[in-house]
Design a protein around this ligand. Sequence first.
Ligand code: NAD
Ligand code: UDP
Length: 388
Amino acid sequence: MASGGRTDLDGAAVAPLTICVIGAGGFIGSHLCEKLMAETQHTVLAVDVYCDKIRHLVDPPPPHLAGRISFHRLNIKNDSRLEGLIKMADLTINLAAICTPADYNTRPLDTIYSNFIDALPVVKYCSENSKRLIHFSTCEVYGKTIGSFLPKDHPLRKEPEFYVLTEDESPCIFGPIVKQRWSYACAKQLIERLVFAEGAENGLEFTIVRPFNWIGPRMDFIPGVDGPSEGVPRVLACFSNNLLRREPLKLVDGGESQRTFVYIKDAIEAVLLMIENPARANGHIFNVGNPDNEVTVRELAEMMTEVYAKVSGEPPLEEPVVDVSAKEFYGEGYDDSDKRIPDMTLINKQLGWNPKTPLKDLLETTLTYQHKTYKEAVKTQMCLATAT
Ligand code: NAD
Ligand code: UDP
């Protein structure tokens, strides 16, 4: 039977799959589950320790999704049910990880265990049971660009081969061990190498995804509202939190680092193509990002300030940004990736995927969501904090 009349890129009908999504309750997982439920007939075994972001799909599933999605609250560190779920599925997608930079230098052991040790059984069960695996890695495995080691005004810095990041060619360049920021990148690199070796030596069918700053609604948390007051999420949520509280956005070390941001809904299209085109996706590592959406962190702050003023109707602050040192903001051992431009040749050739949404548009949608979802809760929380 075809999956909701869907066809793959070669025109063949796509059979309905059972997909074990590990980390289904997170930012990417929640968007993936929504997409699979809305547009396909695939069945999802959703695994996570939390389900808040997919509660609308699983607690309980609405009648039209009955039998198509089930939530399995388990910690993959230590739960014997994991192998049974992987065996039941045709495909496993592993998203589970500690993946917020504030944790890499402050909780390096948890970061390494989460991104390497805890992922090992997933790879092993897929390999031993001849099940396909889509494993989520990160663009951070590239580390720093080659160009970052040249003097600031060196002309070679402008040459693409000194900064464009290509899956099967670019080296992985990390800082020294004392810069514990790289604990995450290093753990992700080793699990990539393990997955790749399982493919080469034992025939594991795998695809590795390297997301380049996917952003959108439901990313991370707003400190003190739906996450710890002292927690430091990724930049989108940090800046959203500042805007909601009408406080200056904090620029770490001057906000000079450059990032490319891709809209979560564009990126999820790429994942769906990987799911439904195994012959084109297996054995590959794919960059998934939007090279046209490059900004410095300072430019991102300025753009978010402008867009937030538009969607909220609140005037921007007179001093919308403030500089802060990395040590003050993240603590000892922080370091940064200087620039992240994904080479899109491979994903374009294999899957015909291209991102669509310009940064301004995706910020408008996302900040509208942030304002609607959080403004009242932030106000209440701020009142309570001043009253005590
Ligand atoms: P997220 O933190 O929102 O989601 C991760 C989910 O995994 C969470 O819901 C968490 O509860 C779950 N999880 C973690 N450890 C678990 C365990 N032991 N057992 C069960 N569940 C567990 O993060 P995300 O942004 O959705 O990222 C998903 C994946 O993509 C991660 O592997 C991350 O490294 C990778 N990634 C994402 C981005 C991005 O731009 N969002 C960038 C680079 C890499
Ligand atoms: N950053 C910042 N202010 C913040 C949060 C983050 O200047 O409040 C910077 C951070 O130092 C990095 C960039 O924003 O240069 C992106 O950070 P993020 O946490 O999103 O993750 P990364 O892209 O580094 O993986």
